[in-house]
Ligand binder design. Structure first.
Ligand code: G3H
Length: 496
């Protein structure tokens, strides 16, 4: 159970502690932040409201700890990461319980998130050992005008202190996807978890604590964004920011200054369906891609662009599948669970009502109880409706009927987002040409968008983000290149 057994030391009364200098601490603010259970809409957990002074301390110790960590052998860093991965998997049940209560993630998916995170950490340790174990050796005579008088040795070195800010929908997985590459590369790490999801993240951090990482190398501060948000992202002690979330990321990028940024800021992933597509496959992918975790994924299918000729048939197939989805509490492992906050539910409702006023066809009756919204397919959506462009982050999916491939590509590219997209067709040549034309970081052919497997590159174009993620890209992003050049007094050519 959360906060018990090995996790007893991370809680004080009913308030979870924050993690600094290798210890679990109470904030001097004496204040806490409530975490509302999306299902009951009542306070379920409380976390410390950390102060700016506490953030300063965390940054100070992170800087010192990083210097020693950078001198820790690579195999040793990997060994500790493997330990943390094993501990995370061992304690998957209490961590998954937090995900169910804080973010209403269906029970089985919550366990999957934790296990996937353990695998991600282990893979990162392996990848880091190989990738960072190699550097480059260059010789000067390959550039015009030079003799072989210079040997250049390059290696990848850490950036320093990495600030990780994951989103509510994967508070564990999208935290470790930042923590593990940062650590294997020799950085220290400060985590600011989302408020909703903070307790799961604190449990995850405790697994790193139990694994025996050096004091101060990893810290986790909780609290109100209004108090410590900007203070963290603009802190002079931060050398890299890895952020996943909404358009707050754009504001962070404007304020961050000369700091490398890795950002994933959402998407409006289009699903283009051609006339020759396998419509059963498409329907299954639309339901999985659009409605799993109630549509609260950056990579969810967020608009279907289907050729008019097959639209009726596809809509019928999708509706038949939607009718089978279970709707209810995450504890019962329902397919559709309450969305994360009341304001999210209100936002989704606003998009639905706008579409209603403008004449969209409702394939199901719109139903809502508290934060729980029943799955809804909106047909005959037109570009003048907000839902054609905005990200609902809920179980509501618009269908736009198109008369040409160009129309579909045009709609996809007119979006300010560019995360992923997908195309369904049996014609691989057409699929590749459409993929090339879609201005998104990834295009899936004959499957719904998805970030995983976690070692695949993951990137957004336009407002969807900066830089590329995925294990290898994240390790590279969290390092910089250092060169040492050996200058010889006279040319020397290596002989066989
Ligand atoms: O919500 C944003 C995530 O990066 C999406 O990850 O495709 O594994 O659900 P996912």
């Amino acid at each position: 159970m959360a906060g018990t057994g090995v996790f007893e030391e991370i809680i004080d009364g009913d308030v979870y502690k924050y993690y600094s200098e290798g210890e679990w601490r109470k904030s001097s603010s004496g204040k806490s932040v409530a975490i509302i259970n999306p299902t009951t809409r009542k306070t379920h957990y409380k976390v410390q409201a950390c102060t700016q002074v506490e953030v300063n301390k965390v940054m100070e110790v992170a800087k010192t700890a990083q210097k020693a960590w950078a001198k820790t052998p690579l195999w040793k860093r990997a060994e500790l990461l493997h330990k943390a991965a094993a501990l995370l998997k061992e304690h998957r049940e209490p961590i998954a319980e937090c995900l169910v209560k804080e973010i209403a993630k269906p029970a089985k998916d919550a366990v999957i998130e934790v296990v996937r995170s353990g695998d991600l950490i282990s893979y990162t340790a392996e990848e880091g050992v190989r990738l960072l174990g190699e550097g480059k050796f260059l010789v000067s005579d390959s550039f015009p005008g030079n003799e072989r008088t210079k040997y250049c040795l390059t290696s990848k070195i850490p950036l320093g202190v990495v600030l990780a800010i994951p989103p509510f929908n994967y508070p564990v997985n999208l935290a470790v996807s930042k923590i593990a590459p940062a650590l294997i590369a020799g950085n220290s790490l400060v985590l600011k978890p989302p408020t909703q999801g903070a307790v799961a993240a604190l449990h995850m951090v405790h697994c790193f604590h139990l694994a025996g990482f050096p004091k101060g190398l990893i810290s986790c501060v909780t609290g109100k964004g209004s108090e410590i948000g900007d203070f963290l992202t603009m802190h002079p002690g931060v050398n890299c920011i890895s952020f996943t979330g909404g358009d707050t990321g754009i504001a962070i990028s404007k304020k961050a200054g000369m700091v490398p940024l890795q950002m994933e800021l959402g998407g409006k992933d289009a699903c283009i369906v051609l006339e020759d597509a396998d419509l059963d496959l498409v329907a299954a992918n639309i339901v999985k891609g659009g409605f799993s975790y109630s549509g609260q994924r950056c990579t969810a299918v967020k608009v279907v662009l289907v050729m008019e000729l097959v639209a009726d048939s596809l809509v019928e197939k999708v509706n038949a599948k939607l009718a089978k989805l279970t709707v209810g509490p995450p504890e019962d492992d329902c397919d559709i669970t309450p969305v994360v906050t009341e304001s999210s539910a209100n936002f989704i409702e606003g998009l639905v009502m706008d579409a209603k006023e403008k004449g969209a066809t409702f394939c199901q009756e719109y139903q809502r109880e508290g934060n729980l919204i029943w799955p809804l397919l909106l047909d005959h959506v037109r570009p003048d409706m907000r839902i054609a462009w905005e990200e609902p982050f809920g179980p509501v999916l618009p269908v736009i009927r198109i008369n040409s491939i160009e129309e579909g590509i045009h709609h996809c590219n007119a979006s300010n987002f560019g995360l992923q997209g997908c195309v369904f067709t049996r014609d691989i040549v057409k699929a590749i040409m459409i993929s090339d034309a879609m201005e998104t970081g990834t295009v899936q052919i004959n499957s719904a968008p998805a970030r995983g497997p976690d070692h695949f590159p993951f990137q957004g174009l336009k407002d969807s983000g900066i830089g590329s993620q995925g294990i290898t890209n994240s390790i590279n992003m969290m390092t910089k290149v250092k060169s040492t050049v050996i200058n010889l007094p006279s040319p020397s050519y290596t002989m066989g």
